[in-house]
Write a new protein. Structure first.
Length: 320
């Protein structure tokens, strides 16, 4: 029997990274998770540590990393990813997008491995084109408060494609749109965890602006299925992955109040600087070339996420 293939996942203890670790273990890979826990959580991977094919490496990927043995895949998913995170860690965010991507690419090149970059819909900035397709170059403020994340990912895409063209490496770039599900942090700063935690505790739900800005929410299992399609494909170009069903933020808040049967009221706060007014992926490329479409409805995904937040974050509060 041949030895299992090995995949390295940077940010492996994060929300998305931990779900990827699970999926590759299910596919009988050896999984090496690399994380420095700046935003990752030990609890996300605790259930994996007894698996003999799972290994955790405590390391900041912005610094050089060597891994012994053969490696077939390197997935670079390490980065602070919410506005709260990159406001708190602006320089580490830039470093992991630049130096971390460079180090991950170098590791993949040394191992002759396939490389995947977790990019983001934020490369489109506050878009002037709607919905956003991969050929749109974006409308990004490089010196605004979101610039550290947006430009880190744009640079990461540029260096990844340079390695693909210069070294003929097998490089994948996935542009991830708003994703949610179990293992999101309760103080993540993004709409779904913020709204769910407030609703479960019957607290006011804070909505920025007038709530008419839109987002498109993809459940994490759908995203992981899309990642799997791309990593094993022949595509070497940016690919959007997300759910194209667009809704307003105030509509999301009302839906979460309904599903949690909450007594929460909606309150309004000033809109953050450079907050995108619209966000909707054009998924024509992944749909036509790889046959992927999201399967989980918003209501089904929200109910799964609400159940997680109840059991994980509020289990010590029986009155909720």
């Amino acid at each position: 029997m041949s030895a299992p293939k090995t995949v390295i996942i940077t940010g492996g203890a994060g929300f998305l990274g931990s779900h990827l670790c699970e999926r590759f273990l299910e596919k009988n890979f050896k999984v090496i998770a690399v994380d420095n826990f700046i935003t990752g959580n030990q609890a996300n991977i605790q259930h994996l540590k007894s698996n003999p094919h799972f290994e955790l490496v405590l390391h900041d990927i912005s610094k050089h990393l060597e891994i012994p043995g053969e490696v077939q895949y390197v997935l670079h998913f390490a980065s602070p990813a919410s506005p709260i995170d990159y406001a708190m860690f602006p320089i580490p965010t830039l470093k992991v997008g630049a130096l971390g991507t460079h180090n991950s690419l170098g590791l993949a090149k040394a191992k002759n491995a396939t490389f995947m970059l977790a990019s983001t819909s934020e490369v489109y900035g506050d878009p002037l084109v709607h919905p956003q397709s991969e050929d749109y170059w974006g409308n990004v403020n490089p010196v605004g408060p979101r610039g550290v994340y947006d430009e880190a990912k744009r640079f990461a895409e540029a260096i990844s494609m340079a390695y693909h063209h210069s070294h003929r490496m097998d490089v994948k770039i996935i542009r991830i749109f708003n994703t949610y599900g179990p293992r999101m942090r309760q103080r993540d700063g993004r709409a779904i965890p913020e709204f769910i935690m407030s609703a479960l505790q019957n607290k006011d739900i804070p909505v920025f602006g007038n709530g008419q800005q839109t987002r498109s929410f993809c459940f994490v299992s759908d995203l992981v299925a899309g990642i799997e399609k791309i990593i094993f494909s022949t595509l070497n170009e940016p690919v959007n992955v997300g759910n194209p069903n667009e809704m307003t933020i105030i509509g999301l808040a009302k839906k979460i109040i309904e599903l949690t049967k909450s007594k929460s009221k909606i309150t309004f706060q000033p809109l953050p600087v450079d907050d995108p007014k619209v966000r909707q992926p054009d998924i024509t490329k992944i749909k036509t070339k790889l046959g992927w479409t999201p399967k989980i409805s918003l209501e089904e995904g929200l109910l799964k996420t609400i159940d997680f937040f109840k059991s994980y974050y509020l289990s010590h509060q029986p009155e909720v």
